[in-house]
Design a protein around this ligand. Structure first.
Ligand code: NAD
Length: 259
């Protein structure tokens, strides 16, 4: 049954990183909204998720490591010929070292930003070329830390650091979104990004209540976000209702970056 007010019925949407915390909520929301969803992740993660969540008939699973350029090309060819061109693509993948600035190596920086920027660019370029005939919608993932810097005090031990290279990659996603949006506008391909605020997953919430309390205190709304609160904004950007929105960074952060 369709629960969405957005027009997504029978749209074919690829969700890359779809078996992760926010990805799962997005896949489920899109599927309940009548979209044909391809859930894509590393190894067997997507298949395990759709089996556990009992989505098997509505959602198809696929494997892809976006760091492997050859795999991206093969994935696009296979999906295009078996399922047809995509109407939408969401990319939730990211990299991070969780290291302090003093410990970060040149190689760490390169590797993380290969995933965040180079691989995201290649994936977007190949997806857009698969979409070309009818246009489509691409949603990339930035972060509040693509907009503002983390306050180190929030990440006091035993929490891991929110590191430099993560935020640099996320800031780059915002600019990539704008550039691609302009470049592909005449091909009717819209490109937008989402910048989530604090959405710690259930394990972090359970294991680090002090950390959650610090996040809540910093948030104007006094609380962390719930994964369903990301799924709706993503669905909106993918839908026909967002037909005149492109190059936008939709910040979903409970006001974190406002003050
Ligand atoms: N959760 C938050 O609080 C938060 C806050 C700001 C931004 N974000 C952003 O939202 C996105 C999703 O976050 P999340 O909390 O769901 O993370 P997550 O780690 O739970 O999910 C990410 C998924 O991407 C997959 N992935 C990683 N590298 C990949 C690769 N090379 N190829 C294919 N798949 C790969 C992982 O297996 C995982 O399932 C990320 O881009 C993150 O930076 C999250």
């Amino acid at each position: 049954m369709s629960e969405s007010i957005f027009h997504l019925k029978d749209k074919h949407i690829w969700v890359i990183g779809g078996a992760g915390y926010l990805g799962q909520a997005i896949v489920q929301f899109l599927s309940r909204s009548g979209a044909r969803v391809l859930c894509v992740d590393l190894g067997n993660k997507a298949q395990e998720f759709i089996t556990t969540a009992n989505l098997g008939e509505k959602v198809v699973a696929a494997t892809l490591d976006i760091n492997d350029t050859g795999q991206i090309a093969q994935f696009i060819t296979e999906q295009e010929s078996s399922q047809g061109p995509p109407d939408g693509m969401v990319n939730l993948t990211f990299g991070s070292t969780t290291k302090r600035l003093e410990d970060l190596t040149d190689n760490d920086f390169d590797q993380v930003n290969h995933t965040a920027l180079t691989a995201t660019f290649i994936l977007s370029r190949e997806t857009a070329s698969a979409m070309k005939a009818g246009g489509g919608s691409i949603v990339l993932f930035s972060s509040m830390y693509g907009v503002v810097s983390p306050n180190d005090e929030l990440y006091a031990a035993p929490m891991q650091k929110n590191p430099l290279e993560y935020g640099v990659g996320k800031a780059g996603i915002i600019q990539m979104t704008k550039y691609l949006a302009v470049h592909w506008a005449k091909q009717k391909i819209r490109v937008n990004c989402i910048s989530p605020g604090p959405f710690p997953n259930p394990t972090v919430r359970q294991q680090h209540p002090d950390f959650i309390e610090r996040l809540e205190k910093k948030s104007p709304m006094g609380r962390i976000g719930l994964s369903e609160e990301i799924a709706g904004p993503v669905a909106f950007l993918l839908s026909d209702e967002a037909g005149y929105i492109t190059g936008h960074n939709l910040i979903v952060d409970g006001g974190w970056t406002v003050w």
